[in-house]
Ligand binder design. Structure first.
Ligand SMILES: C[S@@+](CC[C@H](N)C(=O)[O-])C[C@H]1O[C@@H](n2cnc3c(N)ncnc32)[C@H](O)[C@@H]1O
Length: 212
């Protein structure tokens, strides 16, 4: 195979099999916080578990996964932390390790453009509209809500899906309006209201299952 063909094939494999999650941290801190009290940082523990569930397999890391955390708590909202699994180094699945890299990212000056704060970890100063504008140029956006369409029925047809979900406080009405402007569909994994990290685990399971 010629070099250009190989490059194109590699590009297609990488580009066309991405998966993403965006979790809205309604009160998640945008300033310094203590690793001794991660829940006290606006329930940063939930966001850490979301990253862990999205990215880690047993003794390995998922390929082609991105997680975006929209941090809306004081003192400097909004901030977005992005994790790219393919470039990630130095993170383990425990909350303290994940929180440590988020805390490090928050020490950097955030701009509109992404700043890399650790291999595979980035920060920027985007609001929900700005972030979804950027993401929707590549991803197909799906909003996760209990009353949506059954994800299992749609999973096989999804190309580069990015799922948007809330934290323990859910998604505010005004944010939901914004998400619905970008979303292809609302998807559900159960009629029960589940924890955000459980939604991520199950969505990954359904997509993996559909791809087999
Ligand atoms: C802990 S739940 C939010 C609960 C919050 N009390 C509320 O009423 O929205 C966190 C997020 O997970 C997602 N979620 C929870 N259960 C779901 C389900 N069965 N199907 C799809 N998404 C779900 C929603 O995006 C929700 O905002």
């Amino acid at each position: 195979m010629c070099g250009i063909c190989l490059l194109t094939l590699t590009y297609n494999i990488i580009i066309y099999h991405m998966r993403g999650f965006l979790v809205i941290g309604n009160k998640a801190t945008t300033g310094p916080f203590s690793l001794k009290n991660i829940p006290g940082a606006g329930r940063m523990d939930i966001l850490c578990r979301c990253i862990s569930q999205a990215i880690f397999l047993s003794h390995s890391i998922r390929e082609s996964m991105e997680v975006y955390l929209l941090l809306l708590g004081n003192p400097n909202p909004p901030r977005v932390v992005k994790i790219r699994s393919d470039e990630l180094r130095g993170m383990s699945p425990d909350e303290r390790s994940v929180a440590g890299l988020i805390r490090k990212a928050l020490k950097f000056k955030a701009r509109e453009k992404w700043t890399e704060t650790n291999s595979g970890v980035f920060i920027s100063k985007k609001d929900l509209i700005g972030l979804l504008e950027e993401l929707s140029s590549f991803y197909r956006i799906y909003y996760m809500r209990e009353d949506g369409k059954d994800l299992r029925k749609l999973a096989g047809k999804m190309k580069n899906p990015l799922f948007v979900l809330g934290d323990h406080l859910g998604v505010k009405k005004e944010d939901e309006k914004v998400i619905l402007q970008f979303a292809e569909d609302i998807v559900s994994i159960s009629k029960l209201s589940l924890m955000a990290e459980q939604c991520i685990t199950i969505a990954n399971y359904e997509l993996d299952r559909a791809a087999q």
